[in-house]
Design a binder for this molecule. Structure first.
Ligand code: UDP
Length: 445
């Protein structure tokens, strides 16, 4: 086994990114694949462009998967054998963490390219693996939670199962162990400090981004033709994994109210639902189809399977309003992508959506989940769509994956320097300084 070396200060050259339960190669919008997958793909590519080589470790979920896949120049996905390939649910993965960790450590021990300078874990399952890898390799552990059980359990939708105590404990351990915690928003940073007793000096706010080249305004008529929508339709769009937490049922109820209040809307109104089931409790399209039938709007609601990004951009462009009625979102990339395409958003005033949407400027934030309020908000947005569309594009343009990657490199460097004893633990203000212009994004105190 190669000799261990002392941690190296400065920006890392090689990072082990851990994504135990979902692969960056998966199509987001179904099962466990969503915003975290997009985050890892976008950030890893940009880290590599900045000279940081990234290996993403993820669990092999099929015997067909090659052990190693080059996802992009400088970004390698390593499939780890931990438990049976198929049929293992996320809730069963805690029992496979030892196998996963062992595989990661063995893989690293055989590396010819050299050691990792840093571990970045995503979601608490990966945090548990990163904790051990960090100790073994004497490198910093950076952790991004993406969602927090305590926060999720406070905002459960009907039919949602509470997150188990074992996850809460596991998250608390990772929060205590990580050298840096990366929060998407100021609010998430505060939640980490308040609910998980995170050290404010180790808690950074680094907002996620949006690909402004891909998600850009375009020819709306052409987009409507591309997704087979009549030119005069009024399209309300839901995009995401179909689960109670995302509350697509609130949108259907709101649409039923809109056509009941204004029957002339009915021939033009369309509700587009893009995505597939995730977890139990709300199976799409069957359950939502049944709900649409019960509400008398079966002809209004149209279902689309998960769409690749370029096709998804056409859906955003074709829509009049994107509706994100989630009970909780740590950020809500869908809201940002829609706005980047010039489509205003009606969203629940929860979690990261309060940062992702600028109320009255790029869309409307709604308190609570009463469909009547969503119907009112949709009408308000339709009445000012042109103006809000301009605000939406401007607001989205304040976020970018390049800035996320720059801030991450700075956070990596500061953690490495601290570990190497080069500097005291810094106030992390400089790491988030480029993001100061964004409202509400400060280091948690
Ligand atoms: N997504 C996609 N195709 C789909 C539906 C969703 O690529 O059909 C992507 C979408 O572009 C977004 C992500 O899945 O980047 C969902 O992220 P979000 O933060 O909105 O929700 P999460 O899945 O993290 O709960």
């Amino acid at each position: 086994m190669p000799a261990r070396r002392l941690p190296r200060p400065g920006a890392p050259r090689r990072v082990a990114t851990l994504s135990v339960h979902t692969s960056p190669l998966d199509q987001p919008g179904a099962g466990d694949a969503g915003g975290m997958n997009v985050y890892i793909v976008e950030v890893s590519r940009r880290l590599a462009e900045r000279g940081v080589e990234v290996d993403v470790f993820t669990r092999a979920t099929s015997s067909d998967l090659p052990p190693v896949v080059e996802m992009a120049p400088g970004v390698t996905v390593r499939h780890v054998s931990a438990g049976p390939f198929e049929g293992l649910g996320k809730e069963e993965l805690p029992g496979q963490l030892c196998a996963f960790t062992a595989a990661v450590l063995r893989e690293e021990a055989q590396h010819e390219e050299g050691h990792y300078d840093l571990v970045h874990s995503h979601y608490w399952l990966s945090g548990q693996v990163g904790w051990l890898a960090r100790d073994r390799w004497s490198v910093p552990l950076i952790h991004t939670a993406h969602t927090l059980a305590k926060v999720k359990n406070e905002a459960l939708a009907d039919g949602d199962r509470p997150e188990p105590r074992s996850r809460v404990i596991g998250e608390e351990q990772v929060v205590a162990e990580a050298d840096r915690l990366v929060a998407n928003t100021d609010e998430e940073a505060r939640q980490l400090v308040r609910h998980y007793d995170a050290d404010p000096a180790r808690t950074l706010v680094i907002p996620p981004g949006v690909d402004l080249d891909r998600f850009a305004p375009g020819d709306r008529a052409a987009a409507r033709r591309a997704v087979s929508v009549p030119a005069d339709a009024l399209v309300l769009l839901f995009v995401g994994r179909i689960q109670p937490l995302k509350a697509p049922d609130v949108l259907l109820h709101a649409a039923a109210r809109l056509v009941a209040d204004d029957p002339v809307l009915r021939p033009r109104l369309r509700v587009h639902v893009v995505g597939a089931p995730s977890g139990s409790g709300l199976e799409a399209p069957e359950q939502l189809q049944k709900l649409a039938g019960d509400l008398g709007i079966a002809d209004v609601v149209h279902f689309f399977p998960p769409q690749p990004p370029d096709r998804l951009a056409e859906h955003y462009r074709a829509a009049d309003v994107a509706v994100v009625p989630s009970h909780n979102e740590s950020f809500g990339l869908v809201a940002l992508e829609a706005q980047a395409c010039g489509t205003p958003v009606v969203a629940a005033a929860v979690g990261g959506l309060r940062t992702a949407v600028r109320d009255g400027v790029s869309g409307v934030l709604v308190a609570g989940h009463d469909p009547a309020d969503y119907a009112v908000a949709v009408r308000a947005v339709l009445a000012r769509r042109e103006l809000l569309s301009v605000g939406a594009r401007r607001h989205a343009a304040r976020f970018s994956w390049d800035r996320t990657a720059d801030a991450l490199v700075a956070a990596y460097a500061s953690a490495a320097e601290e570990m190497a004893g080069v500097v005291r633990r810094p106030s992390l203000d400089w790491a988030v300084a480029p993001l100061r212009a964004l409202p509400g994004m400060q280091v948690a105190r």
